[in-house]
Design a protein around this ligand. Structure first.
Ligand SMILES: Nc1nc2c(ncn2[C@@H]2O[C@H](COP(=O)(O)OP(=O)(O)OP(=O)(O)O)[C@@H](O)[C@H]2O)c(=O)[nH]1
Ligand SMILES: [Mg+2]
Length: 299
């Protein structure tokens, strides 16, 4: 069925919230494809990532954002927080994600930072962890009493519970506008970007508690040879002593990182991927605006 341009709704939907509440997981499950990397550790997302869903009359352009935080203060984190606030200025709908039964000082700070006049939709995530479900009722009442939200929807992003009602609430706020993307588009990011992100995801998942914050990934070359993608990537670490940890004994760790990232990339691209990984020391990269710019952060 084709929808005439006059009937189309389209808009950007910013997904905001403190670190680790499940923003990226939500986008991936709304769009139906893994685009945004996730981990059990806070501040996994460093870039704004768009995920697009077209359904009936509506095209939702979701924008994943880095968790708003105040604990770290290097140039990377300043750029991350600023990018969230820029997103809000350009956005049609705001969805704020929190964890069920946990509304803490960091959540309050996210609310306090919102420009006056923005009434977000509140998505109360991870309700699969709440037993019995009735325990949610007083929490729902408490959130309602804040009088800050245009709607409140309890969900489980991971189990895909109640995502349809959430989409319904978002759709009510989407402006009448012609679609910006093709009906089947899921993202506007390029393959190079996903290569760097999917490697970074494995660094977050496989490298202990501190190291993920001291590493990043730079794609040195990306070529398509027939149906195969050939990718050369460098993992940048902050200090000499971090390099052997990323490489592991007999290179085992680096091999595992590469294998997992490669499988995810092959799924996303639908083609064979040949991935070569190196580790390099670049002291102070997270405070070097030139390096950050080259990695796609905006200043
Ligand atoms: N039980 C449960 N866990 C979830 C749910 N949604 C997300 N998670 C988990 O919560 C953790 C954080 O998820 P992310 O999607 O990376 O969170 P985020 O808000 O994007 O985090 P940052 O990018 O660091 O700000 C991961 O371990 C997810 O698997 C959910 O509905 N239920
Ligand atoms: Mg995230």
């Amino acid at each position: 069925m084709s929808i005439s341009p006059e009937e189309q709704r389209c808009g950007t939907v910013a997904i905001i919230g403190r670190p680790n509440v499940g923003k990226s997981t939500l986008i991936n499950h709304l769009v139906g494809q893994k685009l945004s990397i996730t981990s059990r550790k806070p501040q996994t997302t460093r870039h704004r990532i768009k995920g697009i869903l077209t359904q009936d009359h509506a095209q939702f352009v979701f924008v994943d954002t880095p968790g708003i935080q105040t604990k770290h203060a290097n140039a990377l984190h300043r750029a991350m927080n600023r990018s969230v606030l820029t997103t809000l200025a350009e956005t049609d709908v705001v969805v704020m994600v929190i964890e069920a039964l946990k509304f803490n000082a960091d959540d309050q700070r996210v609310l306090d930072r919102l420009p006056a006049g923005i009434k977000p939709i509140l998505a109360i995530n991870k309700i699969d962890r709440v037993h019995p479900r009735e325990r949610l009722l007083p929490f729902l009442a408490q959130m309602g009493a804040l009088n800050r939200f245009s709607a409140i929807v309890p969900i489980s992003a991971q189990k895909e519970t109640q995502l349809a009602p959430l989409l319904g609430e978002i759709q009510l706020q989407l402006p009448l506008a012609e679609w910006m993307y093709e009906e089947n588009d899921v993202t506007d990011a390029n393959e190079r970007f996903f290569a760097a992100e999917f490697i970074r995801e494995q660094l977050f998942r496989l490298l202990g508690d501190e190291l993920p914050y001291a590493v990043t990934v730079s794609i040195e070359s990306f070529t398509i040879e027939g149906t195969m993608r050939r990718i050369q990537a460098v993992i940048l670490v902050d200090q000499d002593n971090q390099k052997p940890i990323v490489i592991g004994r007999d290179g085992e760790k680096l091999k595992e990182i590469g294998q997992r990232a490669r499988l995810d990339l092959e799924k996303l691209f639908g083609s064979k991927v040949f991935l070569e990984l190196w580790v390099k020391v670049k002291g102070g990269w997270a405070d070097d605006e030139r390096v950050l710019k080259s990695l796609g952060h905006e200043f």
